[in-house]
Design a protein around this ligand. Structure first.
Ligand SMILES: [Zn+2]
Length: 279
C-alpha cells in the first residue's frame, strides 16, 4: 500500500482494469434496483433512457476494452463508461456531493457513484451484440494484453512507417488503450529510443517491446489489485494509483545504467527516456 499514492492525471488502462474488477465485486450477478442521473450530461449527454434500460436488469458481466469499462446486462445492453480526466467510481459513499453525477443501487443495497469533478468522462448504452462495430471500438487496434498483440503484429503494423515509435504506440488504431506513462515505461524496458523511426526497428526488438508493454501494464494492475480489499469499505474509491516508475516523472534522476534520465516535450506531452540505454 505504501507504494500506491493518489496522483493527478488521467486514469490509464491499469486503473480502468482495476476499477472494473472492483465494480465486479459489487455488481456482477446483481439486479440493478435504482439508477439516478443527477445531471443530464458529462462530456456529452447521458443516454436519456439510462435509468429506464438499466433499472430492473441484472448485470451478467464486466469487462474492459482500451480505457473503457463495459457492464453487460441481461437485457442485451452494455453500459460503456470512460473515466475521462478525473472520474472514479465510489462504492457505498456515505455522502453524496456535487461531483457525484450518476448513482446506481443494487438489489442487495450496495450503492455506486460515478464521481467526476471535471466531467470529461462519459456513459453510453449500446446493444451488446453491436459493441465491436460501435465507435470507438470499431477502429481500434488489438488489446495490448491480448494474444493478438505480439512482435509479429507490431512488425506488420509498423512496416514502412517512418513516424517515431512512441507516437505510433499512442495511436489507438495500432494498439488500444496505451497512454503516455506506459509507453515511456515500455520503451525504456525494451531499450528502444522513443524517437526511433518505427519501421526501422529489428524484429527481435519488436518482440521485446511487445513483452515490455505487457509487463509494465501487468505490474501496474497487480499493484492496483492490492487495493481491492479496500473496496468493501464504506467510501471506498476506485481510482488512481501509481507505482515507482522506471523513467516517468524522473527527469534528472539516475537510470539504473548510470546515465541521467531526460525529459523532452513535444505537442504538450512529456517523454521521459534514458539517452544511454535506449537506442
Ligand atoms: Zn539507462
Amino acid at each position: 500500500m505504501a507504494a500506491l499514492r493518489h496522483i493527478a492525471g488521467m486514469p490509464e488502462l491499469p486503473e480502468v482494469e482495476t476499477t472494473v474488477r472492483g465494480l465486479a465485486h459489487v455488481l456482477d450477478g446483481r439486479r440493478i434496483e435504482r439508477v439516478e442521473a443527477r445531471r443530464p450530461d458529462l462530456r456529452r449527454a447521458l443516454p436519456v433512457d439510462l435509468g429506464q434500460r438499466l433499472t430492473g436488469s441484472r448485470v451478467i458481466g464486466l469487462h474492459r476494452r482500451a480505457k473503457y469499462g463495459l457492464i453487460d446486462t441481461d437485457r442485451g445492453d452494455t453500459m460503456i463508461f470512460h473515466l475521462g480526466m478525473s472520474g472514479r467510481w465510489r462504492i457505498d459513499p456515505t455522502d453524496i456531493g456535487a461531483h457525484d453525477h450518476v448513482l446506481i443501487e443494487t438489489e442487495d443495497g450496495r450503492r455506486l457513484s460515478l464521481n467526476d469533478p471535471r466531467r470529461f468522462g462519459s456513459i453510453d448504452l449500446v446493444p451488446t451484440d453491436a459493441l465491436d462495430s460501435a465507435e470507438p471500438f470499431a477502429s481500434m487496434g488489438p488489446e495490448p494484453l491480448g494474444p493478438d498483440f505480439d512482435g509479429a503484429y507490431l512488425a506488420r503494423a509498423l512496416a514502412g512507417r517512418s513516424a517515431p515509435i512512441k507516437a505510433l504506440l499512442l495511436d489507438q488504431r495500432i494498439v488500444a488503450g496505451l497512454g503516455n506513462i506506459y509507453v515511456c515505461e515500455a520503451l525504456h524496458m525494451a531499450k528502444i529510443a522513443p524517437g526511433r523511426p518505427a519501421g526501422r526497428i529489428a524484429r527481435g526488438r519488436l518482440e521485446q517491446l511487445a513483452r515490455s508493454v505487457k509487463e509494465v501494464l501487468l505490474a501496474a494492475i497487480a499493484a492496483g489489485g492490492s487495493t481491492l480489499r479496500d473496496y468493501a469499505r464504506p467510501d471506498g474509491e476506485l481510482g488512481y494509483f501509481s507505482k515507482d516508475w522506471r523513467v516517468y516523472g524522473r527527469e534528472g534522476e539516475k537510470c539504473h545504467c548510470g546515465a541521467v534520465i531526460r525529459r523532452r516535450v513535444d505537442s504538450g506531452r512529456s517523454t521521459f527516456f534514458c539517452p544511454k540505454c535506449q537506442r
